[in-house]
Ligand binder design. Structure first.
Ligand SMILES: [Zn+2]
Length: 178
């Protein structure tokens, strides 16, 4: 960690450290003029996102690789949260977990004003029988925003082509809107 990205604050949705189990945790770090918020855990009715709102201003990136689960109450809270960030001038989602990708596909206003920069996609190597979550960059891997064009990757172990482990038109459906 460089001196430029020291954490500037942390938050917890439920309780304090050592108290009842927290469903969602966030960490704020400043990288130059960009504020990066790393979320981890589950988004549910106890997410407490309104406590995070006052801390967000200017250019903001949400790092979403560690969001594991969302229930319907959490989705409602999230949608209300992202559409009401009056001090945020630019919002970017990056490293979206498969859970976030599902919501992007199901809930039309899930990202609010955010741009989606990158997300994880499930691939497998049938030769090695391993799952590989590949990080896809929207501009690099979907320049045409065509969900049917699955980006090709090679197995890091054996070098054979990986197989995409979902239905492209379903998993990548949201890229059309980006
Ligand atoms: Zn392999």
């Amino acid at each position: 960690m460089s001196s430029k990205d020291l954490p500037v604050g942390t938050g917890a949705a439920v309780g304090l450290f050592g108290e009842s189990e927290r469903s969602l945790v966030w960490t704020l770090a400043r990288k130059g003029e960009i504020l990066v918020v790393h979320f981890s855990g589950e988004v549910d009715e106890n997410a407490g996102l309104e406590r995070l709102r006052p801390h967000l201003e200017g250019r903001v990136v949400f790092d979403l690789e560690a969001v594991r689960r969302m229930n319907s109450a959490g989705v409602r809270e999230w949608v209300n949260f992202v559409r009401n960030l009056p001090q945020v001038s630019e919002l970017v989602f990056e490293r979206c977990s498969p859970t976030i990708v599902s919501q992007l596909n199901m809930i039309y206003n899930f990202r609010g004003p955010a741009r989606v920069r990158s997300f994880y996609a499930p691939y497998i190597c049938e030769h090695c029988d391993v799952d590989v979550d590949v990080l896809l960059d929207v501009d690099t891997h979907f320049p045409d925003r065509d969900p049917a064009k699955v980006p090709p990757f090679q197995c890091p172990k054996c070098g054979r082509p990986l197989t995409f482990d979902d239905i492209p038109e379903r998993y990548f459906a949201f890229v059309v809107q980006l």
